[in-house]
Design a protein. Sequence first.
Length: 139
Amino acid sequence: MSEKLTVEKISHCLADPLARLQQALAQAPVQALPALIGELEKLKAQAWSKLSRPSTDNGGQPMPVFDRSESIPVTQDPDMEYLSIHDLANRIGYAEGTIRNLMSNGAFKLGEHYLKPRGRIFFKWPAVQSWLEATGRQG
């Protein structure tokens, strides 16, 4: 991996650990890569989850979040909780494949039950709770 991290793109507190990770990746055996990629996906989901939580100002009021791709402020509902497929599967006791099947067959609807910012799937927990109650399924 020859591309170096730039401080402009990465927060200072993350630049050093990411540089060390790049160095370790260059020396890692190929057999270790699938497990590493799995762990990186978990970290990626945690980062997206953190982004989906509303930021608050000093008075505790939600602040608008700016999506850099559109530069339009998005006010987030402070009661909304967003979950990755992995986190949702753990919470409701379903397999990740079952959740994907429910998405494919239309039981979970894009925009109603889940969002796909930048291709990443996040479930709206209150909408999933309502779906579970309406279908009589237990989580």
